[in-house]
Design a protein around this ligand. Structure first.
Ligand code: 5GP
Length: 316
C-alpha cells in the first residue's frame, strides 16, 4: 500500500516543521493552516481513522490529547482557547487516512453548536440555504469559465523584485552539474552558497539559496533570468491551457489544486535552482498558490512573472 503523506513526513522523505516527536506520536505544523496556530498531532502507527481504534489505543489517544494541550500552552493559546478536532471519513472532510488531530487556535474559532433554540436555528438554516445558492451559482460559473472564482481568497504579500535582487542569479553560463535525482532533491538540506575571496569571481555561476523569498518580476527581468540563470520553470495555469501552449520547458502545476500535488511538486522542483512561476498574468493568484507551498517548504528564491502567459504571447 502507498505510504500516507504523514508516513513520508515521519520517514523524513518530505520536510515538515516538527513541533513534537516521540516513539509513537509526531506533531507538525499544517502546511495549509486555517488558524494562526494549526498543528497536526499524528499517531506514528498508521490507523486510518477513529473508526479503526481499538481499546489498546486508549493510552495513545490520551497521550495525543496531552501533547495537544502542551503545545497549546507552548503557543500561549491555553488561556485564550483552542480546539482539538479529528475528521473521520468523507462527511467530515477527512483527506489523509492516517489518524491525526488538529490543534487550532490563536483567534476566535466560532461556535460549533446552535444551542439558543429554534429562532437561532432558523437563521442558521436560512443562511445555509443562501450559502448553498451562492455555492451553486459559483459552481455553475466555474464550470462555464476557464478563469474560475477562487473559493477562499488568500491575501499574499506582494514584493516586487529590485534589479539588485536579480543580479546574483544572472550568470554568463548555465550550471555545470546535472540536476540531482528527485530523492536527493527532497532530502537535501538547503545550504546557502558562501562566496569567499578565493572561490568564485563575481561573474561565475553561483546559486544562493534564499529560503522563503518570493518576489514578483517584470517581463524584462523574466527574460533575463530565462536567458542566463539556472532555473526551474512552473506554469501554474490549468492543464487545458498548458496543453494549448506554454513557455519553454515549463512544468505544469495548476495553482488551484496544488495542495493535492505537494509530494509531486517537491519531488520535481530542485532546490539548487531559481524557481520561476507564471500563470495568466494580472493578480497571479495561481502562481502565488504554488509559490506559497514552495515557500513553506523553504524553497527560494521564487520569482513570479506577473505579466504571465498574456504578456509572453503579446511579445512573441
Ligand atoms: P484532514 O483533512 O485529513 O482532517 O487533515 C489533513 C491535514 O493535513 C490538512 O489540514 C492538510 O493541510 C494537511 N496536510 C496535507 N498534506 C500535508 C503535508 O505535506 N505537510 C503538512 N505539514 N500538512 C499536510
Amino acid at each position: 500500500m502507498e505510504p500516507t503523506i504523514f508516513e513520508r513526513i515521519i520517514n523524513r522523505e518530505i520536510p515538515a516543521t516538527i513541533e513534537y516527536e516521540d516513539h509513537e506520536i509526531i506533531a507538525i505544523r499544517d502546511v495549509a493552516p486555517i488558524a494562526p496556530v494549526h498543528i497536526l498531532i499524528i499517531s506514528k502507527r498508521v490507523i486510518p481513522s477513529v473508526n479503526a481504534l481499538s481499546a489498546e489505543d486508549s493510552a495513545l489517544v490520551g497521550r495525543i490529547q496531552l501533547v495537544a494541550r502542551d503545545l497549546a500552552k507552548k503557543y500561549s493559546i491555553d488561556k485564550s482557547g483552542y480546539r482539538i478536532v479529528t475528521n473521520c471519513n468523507d462527511d467530515a472532510g477527512q483527506t489523509v487516512s492516517h489518524l491525526h488531530f488538529h490543534l487550532l487556535g490563536g483567534s476566535p474559532l466560532g461556535r460549533m453548536s446552535t444551542q439558543d433554540g429554534p429562532t437561532r436555528f432558523g437563521i442558521v438554516k436560512e443562511s445555509v440555504i443562501l450559502l448553498l445558492c451562492a455555492i451553486g451559482l459559483a459552481t455553475g460559473f466555474n464550470a462555464m469559465n476557464s478563469k474560475s472564482i477562487t473559493w477562499v481568497k488568500k491575501e499574499y504579500e506582494r514584493v516586487v523584485a529590485s534589479p539588485g535582487d536579480l543580479d546574483k542569479y544572472i550568470t554568463d553560463t548555465q550550471p555545470t552539474t546535472p540536476l540531482d535525482t528527485a530523492a536527493e532533491r527532497v532530502s537535501k538540506p538547503i545550504v546557502p552558497t558562501v562566496i569567499t575571496e578565493n572561490t568564485k569571481p563575481p561573474t561565475t555561476p553561483v546559486f544562493v539559496a534564499e529560503p522563503g523569498v518570493v518576489r514578483e518580476i517584470t517581463y524584462a527581468q523574466f527574460k533575463q533570468l530565462l536567458a542566463s540563470s539556472p532555473y526551474y520553470l512552473i506554469d501554474a495555469r490549468g492543464a487545458d491551457k498548458y496543453a494549448l501552449g506554454h513557455i519553454g520547458k515549463a512544468t505544469n502545476f495548476y495553482g488551484g489544486e496544488i495542495q493535492s500535488r505537494i509530494p509531486e511538486l517537491l519531488a520535481s522542483a530542485p532546490r539548487d535552482r531559481v524557481i520561476l512561476i507564471y500563470c495568466d498574468g494580472g493578480e497571479c493568484e495561481l502562481s502565488h498558490h504554488v509559490a506559497d507551498v514552495l515557500k513553506q517548504f523553504q524553497y527560494g528564491p521564487i520569482f513570479i512573472f506577473t505579466g504571465g502567459w498574456a504578456e509572453w504571447e503579446k511579445n512573441r
